[in-house]
Design a protein around this ligand. Sequence first.
Ligand code: GRF
Length: 215
Amino acid sequence: MKSIVILISGRGSNMEAILDAGLRLNIKAVISNRPDATGLAMASRRGIATRVFDHSAYASREAFDAALAVGIDSVAPDYIVLAGFMRVLTEGFVARYPMRILNIHPSLLPAFGGMHTHRHALATGVKIHGATVHFVTSHLDHGPIIIQAAVPVLPHDDEAALAHRVLVVEHQIYPQALRWLAEGRITFKENNVVEIRDLNVSSDIGDQQLRMPME
Ligand code: GRF
């Protein structure tokens, strides 16, 4: 069975969706860069080992990433799953785990990389927004895309309403991406384009990528 560590910074709702999905993955630890991350208690309640590397205690990004890497390597996971982890990782850290770090980003990449994605989507006037699970490379928010889900942008949306609609699909696509990972079905074509082996459109993505939740 493949193993993961999950990195969080706060609420941990994506982490919870992953834990609830009953995946065939050995979850070795949940690590936070913030001691007050509420997701830590949730992980502990489920019997998962937790650790904190408080980024404010380190003099530089490099020093923080070096300590984080030692912590991760001590449990030797196959993959590192960023789930609302709000720190940009250094090139050195990313290079240490090539195509072994996954992230969820609340936009349809390559649109709206970086912060405040919902605000930018509203300001730009796009009518479709969404979320992306991708591998992390040194090019921020540009790594190979594993799965995306779209939601409509509705006329009276504010940032909170749009964020909520996107979060619903985040909780669907991250477990699905990790299910494919657990099943060893993620393959790479030329230019690191991801292809899911034996993809069955209705059972693998029908519910996640094609549904447009309209609360
Ligand atoms: C999510 O919207 C995620 O895409 C973004 O930060 C948020 C984290 O939420 N990077 P949670 O901690 O998983 O609840």
